[in-house]
Design a binder for this molecule. Structure first.
Ligand SMILES: Nc1ncnc2c1ncn2[C@@H]1O[C@H](COP(=O)(O)OP(=O)(O)OP(=O)(O)O)[C@@H](O)[C@H]1O
Length: 287
């Protein structure tokens, strides 16, 4: 497990507000929702799909150079919350998002925000690797081209190489950049998708169960990569694997039925959870 947890959570602003009210939720977030060096700041975020209240008054900072894991039983709202961070819920017609979500003090919920550059700044890696049906080179070059990030073919070549290097894939593909992205193994495809995300210079990377379709070896490679990427990026990851959360993250957030029940250092969440629901989940009593 990484050890920089003490750098996080210097500010004493534990949320204690009782949320008993409009929907009989009795949840109170236990633990430190703030980060000493926040990159994203979510306050009282609520999400509905039609009448289904999927995220309830969630407040949480996501700190610079940290990996934060979102864990909890199926349907508790982990992916919904993650999608709030780059407005991916906009793509779901029944979804309604309320509350404040800031990226570097900029309100991303604001109607004037263009989601295309936002989603470059807050990139997303999905559960199933989803390379474009194009060459390895084109998978990476596409984003920088549409965002106008390079001025010449040489610059683009360099950006493709750097992105593949950062994603730990360059050595494996440098002699076959013209081959189709879909010809790679699952683990390589996921690293290609990570390289694609990196190519447009994100600040935050969202990962929704990025290893669930991968074997243990490919999973270990992605987990190592996540740890390396932390030096430069802020990463929020949804995972069903508590072992994975323990291995890759410095902070962990436990969700239950749309509530953020508890958040804290990964060490504390796994070794001395404060909330009974967290403890029950961690010890395998449910979920
Ligand atoms: N596209 C959608 N349309 C309608 N309801 C949705 C949609 N996505 C999620 N939901 C609902 O929102 C709630 C939270 O779902 P979400 O997928 O965010 O949970 P999760 O914790 O990520 O689950 P899992 O671990 O199974 O992926 C659930 O009640 C789910 O049925």
């Amino acid at each position: 497990m990484n050890a920089s947890a003490e750098a996080i959570a210097a500010k004493p602003s534990t949320v204690t507000a009782d949320k008993l009210g409009q929907d009989q939720s009795t949840a109170t977030t236990v633990g430190e929702i703030t980060s000493a060096n926040p990159r994203m700041r979510c306050r009282e975020v609520n999400v509905w799909y039609d009448d289904n209240h999927a995220i309830k008054d969630v407040s949480l900072d996501i700190g610079q150079n940290e990996v934060i894991s979102m864990i909890g039983p199926s349907g508790c709202g982990k992916s919904t919350f993650l999608r709030c961070l780059n407005r991916m819920n906009d793509t779901i017609s029944t979804a309604r998002v309320e509350g404040s979500i800031q990226l570097d003090d900029q309100e991303i919920q604001d109607k004037s925000i263009d989601v295309v550059p936002l989603r470059a700044r807050v990139g997303m890696v999905f559960q199933k690797p989803n390379p474009f049906p194009k060459s390895i080179y084109e998978n990476i070059a596409y984003g920088p081209r549409i965002h106008g990030l390079t001025n010449s073919r040489a610059e683009l070549d360099e950006l493709v190489e750097t992105s593949l290097q950062r994603a730990g894939l360059w050595k494996e593909v440098k002699d076959r950049l013209d081959a189709s992205g879909t010809s790679l193994s699952g683990g390589q495809q996921q690293r290609l998708c990570i390289a694609r995300t990196l190519s447009v210079s994100p600040e935050v990377i969202l990962m929704d169960e990025p290893c669930s379709a991968l074997d243990p070896i490919a999973t270990a490679i992605i987990e190592e990569l996540i740890d390396e990427l932390r030096a430069q990026y802020t990463i929020a990851i949804v995972t069903h694997s508590m072992q994975q959360a323990a291995r890759v993250s410095q902070r962990t957030a436990y969700f239950h039925l749309g509530d953020l029940v508890e958040v804290g250092t990964t060490d504390d969440i796994f070794n001395q959870p404060q909330h009974k629901l967290t403890e029950d989940y961690i010890t395998g009593r449910f979920g």
